[in-house]
Design a protein around this ligand. Sequence first.
Ligand code: BGC
Length: 270
Amino acid sequence: MWDRDLLSGQVALVTGASSGIGRACAEALARAGARVAVNHLPAETAEARSLVGSIRDAGGEAIPVVADVSTEDQVRSMFAEVVGAFGTLHILVNNAGIQSDAAFTDMTLDQWRKVIEINLTGQFLCAREAVREFLRRGPQPEVSKALGKIVCMSSVHQTIPWAGHANYAASKGGLALLMQTIAQEFASHRIRVNAIAPGAIRTPINRDAWSSEEAAEELLALIPYGRIGEPGDIADAVCWLVSDLSDYVTGTTLYVDGGMTLYPGFRENG
Ligand code: BGC
C-alpha cells in the first residue's frame, strides 16, 4: 500500500468506480493522497455514496459524479463538475467497461454497439476531456512532473483472442492503439498515457468464471501464478502508473495477469 505522499495535491477521476476494479482504484488513489471523483451511473448511486463515505471516514477526499461515459454531453458536464469542485484534474483512470457476451453468429448489433460505445468510445470521450483540462491548466511541477496522466483499463484480451466475446475483444484491441496514439500525440506536452491489462480479477464482471469450484479450477489452469487476481492487485499498479515513480513510462501496457499472457498451455505442448 502506498502512503499519502505519493499523490498528495493531485485530483483523480475514476470512471465506473462504484464496483470491482474501479472501486479499488478509487480507494487506493485516495489512500495515496489524491482527491477522488467517483464516477457512476444513476442506478449505482447507493454504491457510489457508500464508497465516498468510506473514503471520507478514512480521512480522504471524494465526491460522486454521475455520467454515462458513452454520452458526450454527460462526459462534458462530469468534467466541468470535477474541475468546479477540485479546481483541475491530474489523473484519469478510464475504467468503465462492460461485457455482453454471445456466440458470434448470435451477437446482435445492439450488443456490439453497446460494448464498443462504453469500452472504446467512452474512453475516447473521457481521455479527450482530460487532455483538454491538462493543457488548459498548464504545468504544476510542485504537484507532479507530468502535466497529466491517463490510465486506460484494458484487458489481456487486447492480445488474447476470445471466442464468444468478439465485441469485448475488439473494444480492447482498439483501445491499445487509441492509448498509444494519444500517448504519441501528447508525450511532448508531458502527458503520460498508459494501459493496464488485467487478467482474471475477482469482480462482478466475471462472477461465473470464479464463483463455483469447477469454474474456478478451469480458470486457474489459465493462470501460471496460481491464484485469481484481486481488485487491489490492479489498484496498486494504477497508483504506481499515475505517480512520479513511473515518470518515464508512456505509451505502454502493463499486464497484471498472474502470467495469463504467458500461454501456460504451451508449458508441456507445442
Ligand atoms: C474479462 C474477464 C475475464 C478476464 C480473463 C477480463 O478482461 O473482463 O471476464 O475473466 O479478462 O479472461
